[in-house]
Ligand binder design. Structure first.
Ligand SMILES: C[S@@+](CC[C@H](N)C(=O)[O-])C[C@H]1O[C@@H](n2cnc3c(N)ncnc32)[C@H](O)[C@@H]1O
Length: 222
């Protein structure tokens, strides 16, 4: 399939997807390309994905933002939900596709960079694990507005984000740390089901370190 690009030249779908990997930049895209045979975040669902899944009833629509190599998207799909995984790294999505195949589930993957979200809602759960703090601060309001637009009445949001309480910079990544309680404030008119601050261990750069995080699970008032 090909399409006319802004230059008027025919542009393949693949070249458009690759172009998306330039701005904004993520070191994780390079890590995924460097480790095609290893899942750097593992293949098991994160605790927040399990907690959020416990809230869902029936066959829910789930949006996984910055889904990386797909571990949580595949988990939600295995629970019988319809999941869309959004990720800016094509190499991450190649691994995610493989993981979904291994688990015999189908997940539509969308290669896009937030805050642009070329997906169609509404979603019963909008979920992110360690990804929305990569969206530039100036785009944060736009992102949250879009996430609300994409949410079904009474739908859930669940996020875990890095906060500025403890900063550890790895792999030259650019993180737009959340201020303390900023995430909670963003959902002040929602029902807060759980909000917690904590520290999570990490060693992706070979050195054991901690990141300060905030976790939130909220439900839109219907
Ligand atoms: C720390 S990783 C977490 C991956 C996955 N959520 C997990 O828990 O296994 C953060 C992910 O967000 C992706 N990411 C960063 N900025 C993004 C953006 N603007 N739009 C979409 N994905 C983004 C990165 O490429 C990376 O895969």
């Amino acid at each position: 399939m090909s399409e006319r690009g802004p230059s008027g030249r025919a542009e393949s779908a693949a070249s458009r997807l690759v172009a998306l990997e330039r701005p904004p930049w993520s070191p994780w895209a390079h890590e995924y390309a460097r480790t095609p045979d290893r899942f750097i975040w593992g293949t098991q669902a994160s605790p927040l994905a399990r907690e959020a899944a416990d809230r869902l009833r029936g066959r829910a629509h789930v949006l996984d933002l910055g889904c990386g190599e797909g571990r949580d998207s595949v988990f939600f799909a295995e629970q019988g939900h319809d999941v869309v995984g959004v990720e800016l790294s094509l190499d991450g999505l190649k691994k995610a596709t493989r993981l979904a195949g291994d688990h015999r589930v189908r997940v539509p993957w969308v290669c896009a960079a937030m805050p642009d979200l070329p997906v169609r809602g509404p979603f019963d759960l909008v979920y992110s694990c360690g990804s929305i703090h990569y969206v530039a601060r100036r785009d944060r309001e736009r992102l949250f507005r879009r996430l609300r637009e994409l949410t079904a009445p009474g739908g859930y949001h669940a996020h875990i984000v890095f906060t500025e309480r403890r900063i550890y910079r790895e792999k030259d990544e650019i993180v737009h740390y959340f201020a303390r309680r900023e995430l909670r404030e963003a959902y002040r008119d929602w029902i807060i089901l759980r909000h917690a601050e904590g520290l999570i261990p990490c060693a992706q750069d070979g050195v054991r370190h901690l990141h300060s995080v905030e976790t939130i699970l909220v439900r839109q008032r219907s």
